[in-house]
Design a protein around this ligand. Structure first.
Ligand code: ZN
Length: 236
């Protein structure tokens, strides 16, 4: 697509938006007050607003390859601090996705680019528990299991960042969530853990123990189905 087409699309989008809601951009220009911070993968198929069905202004976003939380990443720390201390978001969502190319690369042998430094936490997790992962014969299923555990690992990292600890210590309402997105069906699933306090974080089992247990992540569709049969009320 020629780039001028993108400008054409932009004009059409802005007109459509104004048509549907004449004061939309006036409200946007005043301020943003998102309730959610999304830490996701840079993959072009996993865009936070589309996946969540939210308008501009409703979700603050940080994306990188394989949704990794490096606790020395200035970009992520600045986003996290601004989201929690200024915007006062109530939910931080780390969202990975099945079929993640970054995770697949971490499981392979090629190590020749800067991205391999970035992916090192996943490589280390895989190497440490190689026997568990390699017992999953289907390569896609194996990578997808690492995708799930990577999210759980990153939630534990977010929960240990002082910005988050300080928010909890002063009683600010802040929930952390680990979700995974299915590119094949468009559905989000809750991988966990969901954390809302230092006590909940400290009560978590370690990621090394977690590797040995597998709970099937629950999608909204499955959550509703379970609710309909009255078997559980735990899904939110
Ligand atoms: Zn990805």
């Amino acid at each position: 697509m020629a780039l001028h087409k993108l400008f054409d699309r932009n004009v059409a989008w802005a007109q459509r938006k104004t048509c549907e809601d004449p004061t939309f951009f006036l409200r946007m220009a005043e301020q943003q007050s998102p309730k959610y911070l999304w830490i996701g993968c840079s993959d072009s198929r996993v865009t936070a607003n589309d996946v969540l069905g939210l308008d501009p202004g409703e979700v603050f976003v940080q994306r990188n390859i394989a949704n990794i939380v490096h606790t020395s990443d200035m970009n992520l720390l600045a986003v996290l601090e601004y989201a929690i201390e200024i915007l006062k978001v109530e939910h931080v969502i780390v969202c990975g996705h099945y079929g993640c190319g970054g995770v697949q690369r971490a499981l392979g042998r090629e190590r020749s680019a800067l991205v391999d430094h970035w992916l090192q936490p996943i490589v280390m997790l895989y190497r440490k528990h190689r026997a568990v992962f390699d017992a999953i014969e289907d390569m896609d299923a194996r990578a997808n299991r690492v995708c799930e555990l990577n999210i759980e690992m990153q939630i534990r990292r977010v929960a240990s960042i002082p910005i988050v600890e300080n928010a909890w210590a002063r009683g600010q309402s802040l929930h952390l969530h680990g979700w995974i997105y299915g590119i094949h069906d468009g559905l989000l699933r809750d991988v966990g853990p969901t954390l809302a306090s230092i006590e909940e974080r400290d009560a978590l089992i370690s990621i090394d123990e977690r590797v040995h247990r597998h709970d099937e992540p629950v999608s909204g569709v499955r959550g509703h189905a379970i609710d309909a049969f009255g078997e559980t009320t735990e899904t939110e």
